[in-house]
Structures are given as C-alpha cells and as structure tokens.
Ligand binder design. Structure first.
Ligand code: HEM
Ligand SMILES: *[C@@H]1O[C@H](CO)[C@@H](O)[C@H](O)[C@H]1NC(C)=O
Length: 288
C-alpha cells in the first residue's frame, strides 16, 4: 500500500520534471554538449567581475565540517555548507537551497526550485532536507511523515544515481557519497601533461568521460540501474555541472575555464599529479 502510494507520487514528479522548463533547458544543453563541435552553440553569459564575485573570506571562509555536520554526494552543496552559504550542519530549507545555489553558482531559479523541492519531497521532511545522510530528529520538522527523511545520500535511484562522475555505485562500493580515487584519476588524467594554466575540463571532455563511466558501470556493476529520473536528468546534469558551475569565469574566459587546481579543490583532493590524496570530509578519513 505504502509503496504503491510512493510509486504514484514519484511517477507524478517525474512527469512534472519533463514539463518543467528548466529541465527541458538542461536537456537541450546536454544535447548541445553531445553534438559535434561545429554545431555546438553556447550562449556566452558575459563576464562582470563585480557582479560575479563570490566571497570565500570572512563569514564565508572555508570551515571543515565537524563530525556531526552532514555532507554527501554533491560537491556543490558540500562546498556551500563548508563556506556557510547554507547552514554548516548540512540541513537547509527549500528557500535556502534556492537562494544559495542562485547566489553562489548562478543556478537558474527555476532549476534550483525544482531540485530543492524535489529534495524536500523525496529525501526530506517536505520543507527541508539533508545534503548527506539522515538528519537528527532535532533538525527536522516532525510533520509526521511516512518514513524518516533519508537525505540525498540515502536516496539511491530516487535522487542519487549509478555512473556518477567520482562517486562509486552504491552496490559496488557500499556507499554512494565517497569519492573513488580511480574514478577521479580517470577524469583528472584527461588533461595529463598539461600545466594548470593550460588545463580545462570543458563540456566535450566531460561528455566523453560520461560515456566512459556509463560503460564502466554496465561492465562492473551487476546491479547497474539507469533510472527514469536519476539516470536521465540527474546523472547527466552532474557531469555538465562540473564545468558549468565549477569553472572560473574571467574576462579571458567568460564561459569559464576549469583548471586542475580548481577541480581538485572542489573534490577535496590535494597533492601533486603523481601523489593525489583524497581528504574525505565525512569521517575525516584520509585515503589515497
Ligand atoms: C538544490 C540544488 C542541488 C541538488 C538538489 C543537488 C543534488 C545532487 C545529487 C542528488 C547528486 C548525486 C547524483 C549522483 O548520484 O550522481 C549530486 C551530484 C553532483 N552535484 Fe549536485 N545538487 C544541487 C546543486 C549542485 C550545484 C550548485 C553544483 C555545482 C558544482 C552541483 C554539482 C554536482 C556534481 C558535480 C555532482 C556529481 C558528483 C560526483 O559524482 O562526482 N550540484 N547533486
Ligand atoms: C580565476 O581566474 C583569474 C583570471 O585569470 C585568476 O586571476 C584567478 O587566480 C583564478 N582563480 C583561481 C581560483 O584559479
């Protein structure tokens, strides 16, 4: 009974997602990124240093998460919490997610509204949700939900998907939020031999990387599942987000250039090319 109810709700949401203009817009961008070079038409957002500056100083300086702060599979949301653009504990309201992603990353308000609301319904308590695992009861509104909110880490195939860029497949690695160094290196090495100033993890490169990761999941994960929403909208978007939201915009590169050092910083990787280290911010484990 309960699962039928949830399935119907999910089907309705998925239908809505196709009707949602921002998702359609994102799909067009993904298709454009997949098109041959000469056909690709990217609309330049232009560059304005004053308007586009986002502070990482003072109240917004990096503060590593404590043991009780929630962090999860999304590097964009993790960074926003680490820099206090959403609550440092990792649980935020729909409104905080919308305003934060728009201000920090320039995410369109319609796409942000869809993603944040979907999170609250699927992974949260209808008004707020956790960017990591299940939040403590003190951080939820206790509206009497059918089940405890799981956060996006606990939303495999509902929000979290297989064949993610750097996160492992859940049934292959036992978690869906830790970075897998082999996957990160496969991405990182696509600019092998380039200096930091020469490197750029752009859309064509990320499109190739997605095709590679997709085949890898099919080959290595016997439970691989490409869900109707997670596999079609979330997972492809996660690849384009890497360039579109992490790239450094400048007068020279108004559409952005994503260098090795900035890529590493977003994914919590330190060290030189031949000795990369992942500083996991989850249990403050260090692995290489
Ligand atoms: C409210 C807005 C957002 C929501 C609800 C959201 C949610 C998610 C979820 C559920 C995943 C896991 C998907 C998977 O399993 O592949 C994910 C991954 C990801 N997100 Fe977000 N996200 C949001 C905003 C952002 C922003 C602003 C960025 C900017 C950098 C971003 C970048 C990424 C990337 C790169 C991944 C893939 C991580 C990896 O596997 O390496 N997201 N996000
Ligand atoms: C971003 O680009 C500008 C202009 O090239 C440069 O001065 C700045 O150091 C870059 N920021 C990072 C974090 O790489």
């Amino acid at each position: 009974m309960k699962s039928t109810f949830i399935a119907l709700g999910l089907a309705a949401l998925i239908e809505q997602s196709y009707a949602f203009p921002a998702i359609a817009e994102e799909a067009v961008r993904i298709a454009a990124a997949n098109a041959p070079e000469q056909k690709r038409q990217l609309v330049s957002p232009g560059f304005n240093a004053g308007l586009q500056y986002v502070s990482n100083k003072g109240a917004h300086k990096f503060v590593a998460p404590s043991k009780t702060d929630l962090r999860g599979p999304c590097p964009g949301l993790n960074a926003m919490a680490n820099h206090n653009y959403i609550p440092h504990n990792g649980v935020a309201t729909i409104d905080q997610f919308i305003k934060g992603t728009n201000y920090v990353f320039g995410m369109g308000l319609d796409l942000a509204t869809f993603l944040a609301t979907y999170g609250a319904v699927i992974d949260g308590d209808l008004t707020s949700w956790s960017i990591g695992g299940p939040p403590p009861a003190s951080l939820t509104n206790g509206l009497g939900l059918l089940s405890q909110p799981q956060g996006i880490s606990g939303s495999h195939n509902k929000y979290e998907s297989d064949a993610s860029p750097t996160r492992g497949d859940l049934y292959e690695y036992g978690n869906d939020y830790l970075l897998q160094m082999s996957q990160f290196k496969d991405l990182y090495n696509l600019q092998k031999g380039k200096t930091d100033a020469q490197s750029n993890y752009n859309l064509p490169l990320l499109t190739d990387f997605r095709a590679y990761r997709f085949q890898q999941s099919i080959n290595d994960n016997p439970y691989f599942f490409n869900g109707p929403f997670t596999g079609v909208a979330v997972q492809p978007a996660a690849y384009t987000f890497i360039y579109r939201f992490m790239a450094n915009h400048s007068a020279e590169y108004p559409e952005g250039r994503l260098s090795k050092s900035v890529l590493k910083s977003f994914f919590s990787i330190t060290g030189p090319d031949n000795a990369l280290k992942y500083v996991s911010r989850f249990a403050l484990l260090v692995s290489s």
